[in-house]
Design a protein. Structure first.
Length: 250
């Protein structure tokens, strides 16, 4: 899972940079609005609670969060967003899964198709790659920041499914069932364990190892898709050797 967790951490760092110019706020507002359709109380709506926590972590003003919730519950008028999953293939047949929120499907699919074509990829049909991903909670920890035995004890007691040491990346990865993510997160937070990435994500069942030009094109594809205003999340099953990943610019 080296490529997956490495990209997750790259994305986390990029998100902090994007937050400075408001790009992350736009995506978080969409997520909060959609989540609030299932109820405006974060205590009973775990998706909304997670979205609010992410917004607060990125220093979004409370007024913005409150307005997004009210748009979702119908208390305020707003844009009617639709959630859509797009699937496709990157260089070397890498599977790509995209979660989008849009108010114009024709615009979004045209934009995504164009992004794929520029990076030696192709947009596929519904279901072509989704089978290769499982919805999981994922936390990553720097091996320099945590004690392995303590991490394992806390994670297992909280209900984590799996813990992996990825020495080439200097990381520990903790996987949870999506429904158990919040419980594990609260356990880590209570013990003061600092994770570099902690989200519900789509984890690939199998990976495609790539290098050279394919790897460079794949990272450019991921970056371009992430930059698309209508795209919320991008997942892929590439695995790039750690030493090469560090050399490639994104």
């Amino acid at each position: 899972m080296s490529g997956h967790s490495k990209w997750a951490n790259i994305k986390h760092k990029k998100a902090r940079e994007d937050a400075k110019r408001g790009k992350v706020f736009t995506k978080l507002i969409k997520e909060i609005t959609i989540a609030a359709r299932d109820g405006g109380d974060p205590e009973s709506n775990s998706r909304l609670r997670t979205a609010i926590e992410r917004a607060r972590a990125d220093n979004m003003p409370y007024d913005n969060i409150e307005r997004a919730i009210k748009r979702g519950t119908g208390e305020l008028e707003g844009v009617n967003y639709e959630e859509i999953i797009y699937e496709g293939y990157g260089p070397a047949g890498v599977a790509v899964l995209i979660e989008a929120m849009t108010d114009n499907k024709n615009r979004t699919v045209a934009d995504i198709r164009h992004i794929f074509s520029k990076s030696n990829g192709s947009l596929g049909e519904s279901g072509c790659v989704a089978w290769n991903f499982d919805k999981k909670g994922l936390f990553t920890f720097s091996q320099d920041d945590v004690d392995e035995d303590s991490l394992m004890e806390i994670a297992i007691e909280a209900g984590a499914e799996d813990i992996k040491h990825v020495p080439e990346d200097g990381l520990f990865e903790v996987y949870t069932d999506s429904s158990g993510f919040q419980q594990v997160k609260e356990a880590f937070d209570a013990k003061g364990l600092k994770y570099s990435f902690g989200e519900i994500t789509m984890v690939p069942k199998t990976t495609v190892r790539i290098s050279g030009k394919d790897a460079q094109q794949m990272l450019k594809l991921m970056d371009s898709l992430e930059e698309c205003d209508d795209v919320q999340n991008v997942y892929a099953n590439f695995d790039i050797p750690s030493e090469e990943m560090d050399k490639l610019s994104v």
